[in-house]
Write a protein that binds this ligand. Structure first.
Ligand code: AP5
Length: 237
């Protein structure tokens, strides 16, 4: 697949710590399409003290999901930006069956409103990982606040302890990567996000990769799935 070709709408689906952010960054580098992480967008809103950020802050700190309707405008605005024209990776969205239904309806509406097209039905890559491995991955995660590179003290440590390999910034631990919050996030996933996989399975738009493998092996599988898939456009344009 050429870097200039349309890649389409890719959703990375999996529990907290499955490796969605890690793989999304690699897809971005390989295919030059943007990563749209609702977690990152929400954290940016919290940092900037926006109305959305003020509503989301405590909910996120508890490890619960932010109410669906608070996310839709933020996601719609992001998907309409010109850098999404060849495709994009959604990381952390949709996360409830209602969000999945909203996304399909939004993309269908956009295509009707915009005869130039460029919007696709999402193609979903699901990654599953055992509970205890997720706990270890999340408690060991460190992130660079400057370049957002993701490390892990157990699996992918930086060359110098606590320091980003790329820009030398001091690595940080995410506020919701505390064990009691991680447990709540994993429960929220089981309760609210499992049905999203069923939603896409029924529509024949879900493939699975083995998230237990090391990050490079998962990337190989993810790239293979992207190569094998041709973007399914909404409508006949
Ligand atoms: P969000 O930021 O989306 O977090 P999450 O889904 O909990 O996912 P993570 O970012 O924790 O994990 P990841 O799968 O990206 O793993 P990573 O690659 O970093 O959401 C945060 C909060 O925002 C939610 O709790 C909610 O409140 C709110 N929110 C966001 N979206 C929402 C929505 N749509 N609706 C409602 N609320 C929403 O990897 C984890 C670690 O493992 C890293 O250290 C990495 O180095 C390591 N690692 C990765 N892959 C491997 C591997 N294959 N082998 C070994 N180690 C690995």
């Amino acid at each position: 697949m050429e870097a200039s070709q349309s890649i389409g709408s890719i959703v990375l689906l999996g529990p907290p710590g499955a490796g969605k952010g890690t793989q999304a960054k690699r897809i971005t580098e390989r295919y030059a399409i943007p990563q749209i992480s609702t977690g990152d967008l929400l954290r940016e809103n919290v940092r900037n003290g926006t109305a959305l950020g003020l509503k989301a802050k405590d909910i996120m700190a508890r490890g619960e999901l932010v109410p669906d309707e608070l996310l839709y405008d933020m996601v719609a605005e992001r998907l309409r930006r010109p850098d999404c024209e060849r495709g994009y990776i959604l990381d952390g969205f949709p996360r409830t069956a209602a969000q999945a239904g909203w996304l399909d309806a939004f993309l269908e509406r956009e295509i009707l409103d915009n005869p130039k097209c460029g919007k696709w039905l999402p193609f979903v890559i699901s990654m599953d990982v055992d509970y205890n491995v997720l706990l270890l991955r999340l408690t060991g995660r460190r992130t660079c606040p400057t370049c957002e590179r993701i490390y892990n003290v157990h699996y992918q440590p930086p060359r110098v302890d606590g320091i980003c390999d790329v820009d030398g910034a001091k690595l940080v631990t995410r506020n919701d990567d505390r064990e009691e919050v991680i447990r709540e996030r994993l429960q929220a996933y089981e309760r609210q996000t499992r049905p999203v996989a069923e939603y896409y399975q029924q529509k024949g738009r879900l493939v699975s990769v083995d998230g237990m493998l090391n990050a490079d092996q998962v990337t190989e599988q993810v790239f293979r799935e992207i190569r094998n898939h041709s973007p399914a456009k909404v409508g006949g344009c």
